[in-house]
Design a protein around this ligand. Structure first.
Ligand code: AMP
Ligand code: ZN
Length: 472
């Protein structure tokens, strides 16, 4: 089945033709682990999971590589500001290594809770310093670098097509060299970027390594080029990330990768649009931000957020509000109820035979394989759920097939769980009881249990944590 994807490089929909017939090489820029991921970041990781699941359902095997940025990401994209991890370490009196380890674990807890398939390779920047140094050496040999003020810079004037992904106006870039007042005065062109910092403003930088240019640390962009090429080869199929990476991060990744190899690096570039809050793009720098943990505390299931994201196309901005999340929760609950009803009737997965079922399957594939049109594909799911003329097993089989792409865990729903997840008040109380137990406030924990009991719920403390059951 042909898969079409919107390639940011060509600004058009293109038929996916992987470099190798067997396996799609997929690289996505991972998290910078200095804080919890906000739900906007998670939208981007959910889009990448939708992409991977779509490729898998279309019959491809996928090698997905994702980096963990644990060094070198400054607060400003143009090499200005502080290292984000160092800043958090100073603020909290922890080491940068402790910060990186804590927030990497927290990130993967969210990742798993959202049922995102783990990448085949997860690679930390700090584990790949030799690969980065090798790449910088290659660039140096090719005449693409200069040393200034102790740092090694990439010279954008050493290549003919800098900025092609973002369609930057090169003439403007060449002439506006020294206009930017905030620019690093070591730079020959304001768009040049650091490959290796030695003489930087970070006197107390904890993470440093020896290099041919002196003891220091890498610039942010080099890690993605070095690690993707190390694991996927010098040319691979798909690179994705959030839309904010286009003008600087991905532009610089392309410049240094293609300057080093002398050939095209990535065939398809895919970018996910922003999640917005009331004030615009959701971002960590605003201070307070919404996390998955916070949604859980408010009684939402991570799958409610997954369903909410599926309701918007990945290339459209999506406005977050609790009102829309509630709508998504109700809709998901309805889906789950219908699936449970089928399970109660002992529905099983069968090969599709009827013309009608085959048509539903075909339409679903067409929609999702047309640049991941998840809103249309969700409408297909509803079409199936509401179609009373479909034979029970075929209906269930279609749902299971669709959910391999949606990742809502519908095939794994167990009857009791579903019956207990639709009552936000009860879930909130359960969370409060868990918190009370953690705080060893047994009286409060017990009174909450009684309150739940009066509401018709039985609290069960299982090995995998507390759960609720509806009393018969
Ligand atoms: P970071 O951990 O800051 O490196 O960001 C991880 C990913 O989240 C990157 O691919 C960003 O482009 C993406 N991102 C950041 N803010 C948003 C947002 N408001 N909506 C969607 N994606 C975002
Ligand atoms: Zn990257």
């Amino acid at each position: 089945m042909p898969v079409s994807l919107y390639n940011t490089m060509s600004r058009s929909l293109e038929l996916l033709e992987p470099i190798s017939d067997k396996e799609v090489g997929l690289y996505s820029c991972g998290p910078t682990v200095y804080n919890y991921a906000h739900i906007g970041n998670l939208r981007t990781f959910l889009f990448e999971d939708l992409l991977k699941r779509t490729l898998l359902s279309a019959g491809y095997t996928v090698k997905h590589v994702m980096n963990i940025t644990d060094v070198g990401h400054l607060t400003g994209d143009g090499d200005e500001g502080e290292d984000k991890l160092e800043k958090m370490a100073h603020k909290t009196n922890k080491t940068v290594w402790e910060i990186a380890s804590f927030y990497t674990d927290a990130f993967f807890k969210d990742y798993d809770a959202l049922n995102i398939i783990r990448p085949e390779v997860t690679c930390k920047a700090t584990d790949h310093i030799p690969q980065m140094i090798d790449l910088i050496k290659r660039l140096e040999e090719g005449g693409h670098t200069y040393v200034s003020g102790g740092n090694v810079y990439f010279s954008i004037d050493s290549i003919p097509d800098y900025g092609k992904l973002a369609r930057l106006d090169l003439n403007n870039l060449r002439t506006a060299v020294r206009d930017d007042v905030n620019q690093d005065s070591n730079k020959k062109n304001s768009k040049d970027f650091v490959l290796w910092f030695t003489n930087s403003k970070f006197g107390e930088q904890a993470m440093m390594w020896d290099s041919p240019w002196g003891r220091g640390f890498p610039g942010w962009h080099i890690e993605c080029s070095a690690m993707s090429m190390y694991y996927l080869g010098e040319e691979f199929d798909i690179h994705c990330g959030g839309i904010d990476a286009i003008p600087v991060h991905h532009t610089n990744e392309i410049a240094q990768s293609e300057a080093a190899t002398g050939k095209r690096w990535v065939k398809y570039w895919l970018h996910g649009e922003f999640l917005l809050d009331d004030t615009g793009k959701m971002s960590k720098s605003k201070g307070e931000f919404l996390t998955l943990g916070l949604l859980k505390q408010k009684g939402y299931d991570p799958m409610d957020y997954r369903y909410f994201c599926l309701g918007g196309h990945y290339r459209s901005q999506l406005k977050f509000s609790f009102e829309s999340l509630n709508t998504a929760r109700t809709a998901r609950k309805n889906v789950c109820d219908r699936v449970i009803a089928l399970k109660r009737e002992k529905a099983v997965v069968v090969a599709l035979k009827s013309e009608k079922a085959l048509l539903y399957a075909q339409r679903f594939d067409e929609h999702i394989q047309n640049d991941l049109n998840s809103p249309r594909a969700l409408a297909d799911l509803w079409g199936v759920l509401k179609d009373d003329t479909l034979e029970r097993d075929e209906k269930y089989s279609l749902i299971v097939k669709f959910d391999q792409v949606f990742g809502l865990g519908l095939a794994d729903l167990n009857v009791v769980e579903v019956e207990t997840i639709d009552d936000p008040e009860a879930l909130l109380l359960l969370q409060k009881r868990t918190d009370a137990k953690k705080a060893k406030d047994w009286t409060l924990a017990d009174s909450i249990r009684q309150q739940l009991d009066a509401m018709g719920y039985l609290v069960k403390d299982t090995a995998s944590g507390p759960s609720l059951e509806k009393k018969m």
